[in-house]
Design a protein around this ligand. Structure first.
Ligand SMILES: [Zn+2]
Length: 388
């Protein structure tokens, strides 16, 4: 039985440059590692007008009812000024027990740990009768169009029903396993337009100043907090990010003023109920006297929370067994591909310490790769003990 060394595999993956969307070199390395373990490997390429074609990888093993998937991406952000690196960004150099290179923590290191963990698990558990897969994209750092979301649909169309997922994004803050993500906040962006009547600044009685109307609306919108937070989430936020009239003259009262805002919202809201609350506040502030409208901006995303004791309990228990303390269960920070996976199955996230991601000299201690491998292996043991 092949047992894989996470440090060696991480270095091999880094040496296969895969700046988004060029995933193929790194997928070759991954496929070569997975096939001897017994995985059936597919590499579907997805396309969409206006975006680059992207190659992805789905590898599955086993026949059981419970289907656990480990998800991640092999594409990386560009290295920037290569001469500024201590070691070339695609060298995978090992220097004083640190592995250097683009993708070391985000997230080729975690993928190497996932593969190594499964190889150790399988070597011990010849009786393994669950179903396990890798869902790996080359489009996480890019537009995110031809990656995880299409790969999930692709797998579903081939009869794969996922029971639970672990994403290996670098969620750890100070040491491996100090923090896992069990959900994410949603995001809602929109423009408020206040309509008035344009006029001469010297004759305000003949005009309706849209700026003053917009100020009244914004005051009404932000006077009270959206909520106080919930069991697993911080209070929702709403930040005004831009105010504009497009008026460059000194002697013109603007007839229209616009404010753009972004809200990061918790599980007290859906995008629909949040929009309704925003409209209610604007209506109340307008008192029937101010004419306004609301235009949605970037596509919204809903918040989500993994309500799955097998997944969260197994992951917390695995961290605790290897690290010695239970992880913080967080829903903070930005967004990840977990937002697509949550529509198919409960999803949790744990990866390396993110301190050097996207930076010059991105690097990971070899000891962290070993630690993460042991956590993932303990997680596999726990999940498949619970579900068989
Ligand atoms: Zn990442």
């Amino acid at each position: 039985m092949t047992v894989i060394d996470p440090v060696q595999l991480a270095r091999d993956l880094i040496r296969a440059p895969s700046v988004t969307p060029e995933a193929a070199p790194a997928l070759d390395v991954l496929e070569a590692a997975l096939k001897p373990l017994g995985f059936a490997v597919d590499r579907p390429v997805f396309s969409e007008v206006g975006t680059p074609d992207v190659e992805n990888l789905f590898a599955v093993i086993g026949e059981g009812d419970y289907h656990l998937t480990f998800a991640g991406h092999v594409d990386v952000v560009p290295p920037g000024e290569e001469a500024a690196w201590r070691h070339p960004p695609f060298s995978g150099a090992l220097d004083e027990n640190l592995v250097y290179g683009r993708g070391a923590v985000d997230m080729k290191g975690a993928i190497a740990a996932m593969v190594a963990a499964f190889s150790r698990f399988k070597a011990r558990r010849s009786d393994f009768s669950g179903r396990f897969s890798f869902l790996i994209t080359g489009d996480e750092e890019g537009p995110g169009i031809n990656g995880t979301t299409k790969l999930l649909d692709w797998a579903k169309a081939r009869g794969h029903e996922f029971s639970g997922a672990l994403v290996g994004e670098p969620t750890s803050a100070d040491w491996v396993g100090d923090q896992v993500k069990i959900g994410r906040r949603g995001s809602f962006s929109a423009t408020i337009v206040a309509h008035g009547r344009q006029g001469h600044a010297a004759y305000p009685h003949l005009a309706e100043n849209a700026v003053m109307r917009l100020m009244t609306l914004l005051e009404g919108l932000t006077a009270t907090p959206l909520d106080e937070g919930s069991a697993h989430f911080e209070p929702s936020t709403l930040e005004v990010v831009d105010v504009a009239t497009g008026n460059s003259a000194w002697n013109v009262i603007p007839g229209e003023a616009r404010a753009r805002f972004n809200s990061r919202f918790n599980d007290c809201w859906t995008r629909t109920s949040l929009r309704a609350e925003i409209e209610r506040r604007l209506s109340e502030a307008a008192k029937g006297e101010i004419h306004w409208s609301l235009e949605e901006g970037q596509p919204p995303s809903d918040s989500f929370l993994a309500r799955d004791e097998a997944l969260i309990g197994s992951l917390s228990g695995a961290v605790s067994a290897i690290v010695g303390s239970r992880p913080r269960l967080s829903t903070g920070g930005g967004t990840s591909d977990a937002r697509f996976i949550k529509d198919f199955c409960p999803v949790v996230e744990l990866g390396l310490v993110g301190a050097t991601m996207h930076q010059t000299d991105e690097r990971v201690p070899a000891a962290d790769l070993e630690e993460l491998t042991r956590i993932y292996e303990a997680f596999l043991d726990s999940i498949f003990a619970r579900t068989q």
